[in-house]
Design a protein around this ligand. Structure first.
Ligand SMILES: Nc1cc(-c2cccs2)n[nH]1
Length: 229
């Protein structure tokens, strides 16, 4: 998978040098490049924003630099991802879907957003996904792009050492993950649930399923499709 991120803060993606282990890159699983949007700003001051038509506070990102940047970076197979508070909520199902993509391009907006014509024009040439990380606002799309990249790349076959661990994690089966424990069995007057020390794998599996269901009912009633589950 090829991944490109376009931003006025390309150094924001330096952590990917840590979290996308060298093996993923060397194995050819992931090829990541961060681009500075100002590289496509043609005026002397490399301007990327201007005041909004219709008035209002803040600045809007100009269409010209974005148009040139997307022309240069997006291949025909590109899926353009635009993190935005006004996007569709990002889910595990989206991460699974995107993990099969050939090319992801992240348009990381700042200020009050990107001129809408950039997205509208891009949608005539590539698949465009306007994605929200949740009902809160951050200052730029970079942190959202980092989270989405991590959620997607870890699902690429061959990336995770033990793919079995993917099957049981939160949201993989529509439920929240059960609580986990490790040694010591007794710590600060707290014991590991006896069932986990029993060696009875049937009882352990049943206990874990019930813990997941109870946790999901309590913390995420919106995910509980069938109350009887
Ligand atoms: N979910 C979400 C996305 C965002 C932003 C993306 C770009 C600027 S702010 N805030 N919250």
């Amino acid at each position: 998978m090829r991944i490109d991120a376009i931003s006025i803060f390309p150094d924001y993606f330096a952590p990917l040098d840590l979290s996308l282990p060298g093996k993923a890159r060397r194995a050819g699983l992931v090829d990541f490049t961060a681009h500075d949007l100002r590289g496509w700003a043609t005026d002397r001051h490399r301007t990327v924003d201007d005041t909004p038509y219709g008035g209002g506070a803040g600045m809007v990102m100009k269409p010209e630099p974005w148009g040139e940047a997307l022309d240069a970076v997006c291949t025909d197979a590109a899926v353009l991802i635009v993190p935005t508070p006004s996007g569709a909520p990002f889910t595990h199902a989206d991460a699974v879907d995107l993990s099969g993509a050939e090319h992801l391009v992240f348009a990381c907006g700042r200020y009050e957003g990107i001129d809408q014509r950039v997205i509208d024009h891009a949608a005539t040439r590539w698949q465009v996904r306007e994605i929200s990380l949740g009902d809160f606002v951050v200052n730029g799309g970079e942190v959202a792009a980092l989270a989405i990249i991590e959620a997607v790349v870890r699902l690429i076959p061959g990336f995770m050492g033990n793919p079995e661990s993917l099957a049981e994690e939160s949201h993989a089966d529509g439920l929240l993950e059960y609580p986990v424990y490790t040694k010591p069995a007794h710590w600060r007057d707290l014991d590991v649930p006896e069932v986990l020390l029993s060696g009875d794998h049937g009882r352990i599996a049943a206990w874990r399923r019930e813990q997941s269901r109870a946790r999901t009912r309590q913390r995420r009633p919106d995910l509980t499709h069938d109350a009887g589950e």
